[in-house]
Design a protein around this ligand. Structure first.
Ligand SMILES: [Zn+2]
Length: 283
């Protein structure tokens, strides 16, 4: 949902670093033989991601060994990530830490809310062993987003969640909220597609929103925010409340954070501005 600059890392350098300490030498020699296939897959990935077509890479699925192989090359390649990049003290761990540090203010680009303290494979490494350490496939993410995306791989263009290195939907307002009134006060968050979006992009943003459980994540933040806001507004006249809400909504501009969507909804709600803020909200 929130774009990040693509890592300026060469896949061959990354791969060579990760496998540099591999023992026994027989395994290392085999991994060295696979370097061209890893580099070729990374090139294909780059081209497909640039055109929002990662679903077209199904020919790379389960390669190089094929689906039935639990051992062999596929396992060696996924091990390049788990044992030789993500593991503390491993040869590639510095690269892993570099990738983590790319998260803006340390926050997950997939939800904009959680701490980005894991690395998420946009195309899962188990299904795509050749892409296990491809830098463009490795995105800093919070654990809930990482887990929520799981091992699923897109079969169609519409099934692709947003890729922070290749997709940017920050030009338009698309995150919206609808207030709910007592006895269950709060807000329901949803995607409001921009008219300029294609049907595919609309489906992808919806997919991303649903996959990462963003409606639930954002709704959970509302109670505390509104309890404090209501305390602040209590006793102010209608006009002051309206001005305050309009000012706050405008101050978020076209941002698509849950706060921005919430304040846009509050500013547009006659119910909230006339009486809703006087309710006791449980924080
Ligand atoms: Zn997240």
């Amino acid at each position: 949902m929130w774009p990040l600059p693509r890592p300026d890392l060469d896949v061959r350098d990354v791969y060579s670093t990760c496998i540099s300490n591999t023992r026994p030498t027989k395994v290392k020699a085999r991994l060295e033989q696979l370097e061209d296939a890893v580099a070729d897959a990374a090139d294909e990935y780059e081209t497909a991601a640039t055109t929002a077509s990662l679903h077209t890479l199904s020919h790379l699925r389960d390669q190089p060994d094929g689906a039935d192989t639990a051992k062999g090359d596929n396992k060696k390649l996924t091990g390049c990530y788990t044992s030789r990049m993500a593991r503390k003290g491993s040869a590639g761990r510095e690269i892993y830490d570099q990738l983590l540090k790319r998260a803006h203010r340390g926050l997950c680009p997939l939800c904009g809310h959680g701490f980005a303290d894991t690395i998420d494979h946009q195309l899962p490494k188990v299904a795509y062993p050749l892409l296990a350490v491809t830098p463009a496939n490795l995105v800093p993410a919070c654990l809930p987003c990482n887990k929520a995306r799981g091992e699923a791989a897109p079969a169609t263009a519409e099934e692709q969640t947003l890729h922070p290195y290749f997709d940017d939907v920050t030009d338009h307002v698309w995150l919206a909220a609808r207030l709910t009134t007592p006895p269950e006060p709060g807000a329901v968050f949803f995607v409001s597609p921009h008219p300029d979006w294609s049907a595919t992009l609309t489906a992808r943003v919806q997919r991303h929103f649903t996959t990462c459980n963003l409606a639930r994540l954002y709704a959970a933040q509302v109670g505390t925010e509104l309890a404090a806001l209501n305390d602040y507004l209590r006793g102010k006249p209608y006009r002051a409340v309206l001005d305050e809400m309009q000012h706050r909504a405008a101050s978020y501009g076209t941002r698509n954070s849950w706060q921005a969507a919430l304040y846009r909804a509050l500013a547009a709600s006659p119910w909230y501005i006339t009486s809703g803020y006087l309710d006791e909200w449980d924080d």
